[in-house]
Ligand binder design. Structure first.
Ligand SMILES: Nc1ncnc2c1ncn2[C@@H]1O[C@H](COP(=O)(O)OP(=O)(O)OP(=O)(O)O)[C@@H](O)[C@H]1O
Length: 218
């Protein structure tokens, strides 16, 4: 599902971030750990094709990302990937339901109301479908973003601190949904997290790898 070789990224004017080689088979899962600033979000953005690597090779879901144009990468991402970044990017002028229609609209497909309702219910936010993002708590918005990422049954879900603002019950709902999606839909998970609850609940997942990033390299 993911293969990287000598992957590195340098922000303009910033230090070079070098990443250990990864080999995650289809159906495998990865926990990305490490101290604040070590590069977890940067690696997720590289894997999602939102940043282009400064060095190295990157193959995700069968595609060599370095060979794609920005437009082709956008289309590839929509087909293969669910992405839940730290900053959620819900559209403020749209209701939750309308936000959740967007992945379908972008792909020229009719929204799947049954799947949308089922995901909202499983995440404990079914009552919030008519609200706008500013009427949600941070943890509720986080679950809406997760629902949005899972709607089109991606092969790979990349999530940055998916339980960061959630109490134990909501975190358990999120992690159960992810584990069930992995088991029943063959979804591969890549979760960047500081949260011990994630490590402990995901420990039972078959094919789980853990990558601890150390930080900036020269
Ligand atoms: N746009 C940017 N320009 C310059 N440097 C950046 C930029 N974004 C991130 N960085 C730097 O790159 C490094 C890695 O950042 P990144 O956000 O990937 O870390 P992280 O492990 O996800 O951190 P956290 O756990 O705090 O979210 C940090 O030193 C950060 O300051």
């Amino acid at each position: 599902m993911i293969e990287t070789r000598r992957l590195a990224y340098a922000y303009a004017g910033g230090a070079r971030l070098g990443f250990p080689d990864l080999c995650l088979p289809a159906g495998g899962h990865l926990l990305l750990q490490g101290p604040s600033g070590c590069g977890k979000s940067t690696l997720l953005a590289l894997l999602a094709g939102l940043l282009s690597a400064s060095e190295g090779e990157l193959r995700v879901a069968g595609t060599e990302l370095g060979t794609l144009s920005a437009r082709a990468r956008d289309a590839w991402r929509g087909r293969q990937l669910g992405f839940v970044p730290q900053r959620l990017h819900l559209s403020s002028s749209l209701s939750v339901r309308e936000n959740l229609a967007m992945p379908y609209v972008a792909a020229g497909l009719p929204p799947d109301a049954a799947r949308t309702a089922s995901l909202l219910a499983r995440l404990g936010i079914a009552a919030l479908a008519q609200r706008r993002p500013h009427q949600l708590s941070v943890g509720q918005a986080q679950r809406v973003a997760l629902a949005r990422a899972l709607l089109r049954q991606p092969r790979l879900l990349l999530a940055d601190e998916p339980t960061a603002n959630l109490d134990d019950a909501a975190a358990a709902a999120v992690l159960n949904l992810l584990a069930q999606s992995a088991e029943q839909e063959g979804l591969s998970l890549v979760l960047a997290t500081h949260d011990a609850r994630v490590a402990s609940m995901m420990a039972a997942l078959p094919g789980l790898q853990t990558l601890r990033l150390a930080g900036v390299s020269a």
